[in-house]
Design a protein around this ligand. Structure first.
Ligand SMILES: NC(=O)C1=CN([C@@H]2O[C@H](COP(=O)(O)OP(=O)(O)OC[C@H]3O[C@@H](n4cnc5c(N)ncnc54)[C@H](OP(=O)(O)O)[C@@H]3O)[C@@H](O)[C@H]2O)C=CC1
Ligand SMILES: N[C@@H](CCC(=O)N[C@@H](CSC=O)C(=O)NCC(=O)O)C(=O)O
Ligand SMILES: [Zn+2]
Ligand SMILES: [Zn+2]
Length: 374
């Protein structure tokens, strides 16, 4: 029987407060749960979004983090799909194989534990974390900003023993999301034209997917000119900065593409840009995929005429991948050089103490992903 573990974690005590490194107690995994020794993590913009106070679901104090990898340290009663010592990636979209979402071919949004996950709790309605005797909430069912974390078995993907954990941690969110948005949600076809708004890790993973599918034009749109060079390494063929002109970005793109794009992707979380991305689509068939996560209270709008005349608004979480089935396929895509994870790793840091600096790096616009080694 496993015992509580005392370790370090970065605790988010409240909105817009820096994380503080604390000694926490991580309880043993209960029935159907897995305790993981986290070895590597990165920071996704969604961690920053929640820490900033924009997330209506945020629960503080909590342990953020959802792009991690590690080794199974102990398992609770009844766990069969992973064992102690297995290399794993925690998943914020679980796959239970039983709920109506898991059984439906058109979605990856397993609903089995969504309610408690959103409350920062394990499926039994309690937390496995405490700090100085005070309960601390989980986050996105993963909480990788802790040296040890507990997750439901349905939220764990075992990966090959030779999968590099210091890279495949990125498959836990941003890269899988962007790549899947192109391949699954938009299903980009050879010769089609696309525009990607926001050239961070998610947007560039979209570019990688569009390039793989043979898109004829991949137009990158970002307010930061320094993104152009890097973006071209990922297959972006043209770069446009919306701030360079008084003309609306949608009008510019429509002119550049003889009526609009076959596909557009919003990878920022800005509702005005979501509108521009829809309106940059070609009349009759253009599809726009919303990936960015918008702040509490924000709403999208456009003239309904945009949809009446055949444009389609879609969205996706975790790239539409059915998570446990797909993670091994994404690792295989990495091994066969289809999805080049290494190019997204712009920085590396040692120790959980570096987390606040890594948040700053993400916001600076100079980093795609920084891997932190615990
Ligand atoms: N749906 C899902 O499953 C997922 C959603 N997300 C969401 O996707 C979004 C992107 O995440 P990530 O790639 O990590 O974030 P990043 O911050 O790395 O990338 C966002 C990019 O957009 C640029 N940008 C900001 N404002 C504008 C603008 N008005 N027009 C054009 N470009 C702009 C930023 O420039 P600068 O750096 O100069 O600010 C930056 O390059 C976030 O909203 C995140 O929460 C992430 C993962 C999964
Ligand atoms: N908590 C937010 C919604 C945040 C959100 O949309 N999260 C995405 C993943 S973003 C990853 O970096 C997601 O998976 N959404 C599906 C879900 O079930 O949460 C809010 O309440 O607005
Ligand atoms: Zn399910
Ligand atoms: Zn994320």
């Amino acid at each position: 029987m496993a015992s509580p573990i005392t370790c370090k974690a970065a605790v988010a005590w409240g909105p817009a407060k820096p994380l503080t490194i604390e000694t926490v107690i991580v309880e043993p995994p209960k029935k159907g749960e897995v305790r993981i020794k986290i070895l590597f993590t990165s920071v996704c913009h969604t961690d920053q979004y929640t820490l900033s106070g924009s997330d209506p679901e945020a629960k503080f104090p909590c342990i953020l983090g959802h792009e991690g990898s590690g080794i199974v340290e102990s398992v609770g009663e009844g766990v069969t799909s992973v064992a102690i010592g297995d290399p794993v990636v925690p998943l914020y979209v679980p796959q239970c194989y039983e709920c109506k979402f898991c059984k439906h071919p058109k979605t990856n949004l397993c609903a089995k534990i969504r309610e408690t996950q959103g409350q920062g709790l394990m499926p039994d309605g309690t937390t496995r974390f405490s700090c100085n005797g005070k309960p601390v909430f989980h986050y996105m069912g993963t909480s990788t900003f802790s040296e040890y974390t507990v997750v439901p078995e349905i939220s764990v993907s075992k990966v090959d023993k030779d999968a590099p954990l210091d890279r495949v941690c990125l498959l836990g969110c941003g890269l899988s999301t962007g790549y899947g948005a192109a391949l699954n949600t938009a299903d980009v076809q050879t010769g089609e034209t696309v525009a990607i708004f926001g050239l961070g890790a998610v947007g560039l993973a979209v570019a990688a997917g569009c390039k793989e599918r043979g898109a004829s034009r991949i137009i990158g749109v970002d307010t930061n000119n320094s993104k152009e060079g890097k973006a071209k390494e990922f297959g972006v063929t043209e770069f446009v900065n919306p701030s360079d002109s008084d003309e609306s970005i949608q009008s510019r793109l429509v002119k550049m593409t003889d009526g609009g794009l076959d596909h557009t992707f919003e990878c920022i979380g800005n509702v005005k840009v979501m509108r521009a991305a829809l309106e940059a689509c070609h009349k009759g068939w253009g599809q726009s995929v919303i990936i960015g996560v918008a702040g509490a209270g924000q709403e999208i709008s456009t003239r309904p005429f945009q949809l009446v005349t055949g444009r389609v608004w879609k969205g996706c979480a975790f790239g539409g991948w059915k998570s446990r089935d797909s993670l091994p396929k994404l690792v295989a895509a990495y091994k066969s050089d289809k999805l080049c994870i290494d190019k997204f790793i712009t920085h590396r840091r040692d120790g959980i103490e570096t987390l606040n600096e890594v948040f700053d790096l993400l916001l600076s616009g100079n980093s795609l992903r920084c891997i932190i080694k615990y």
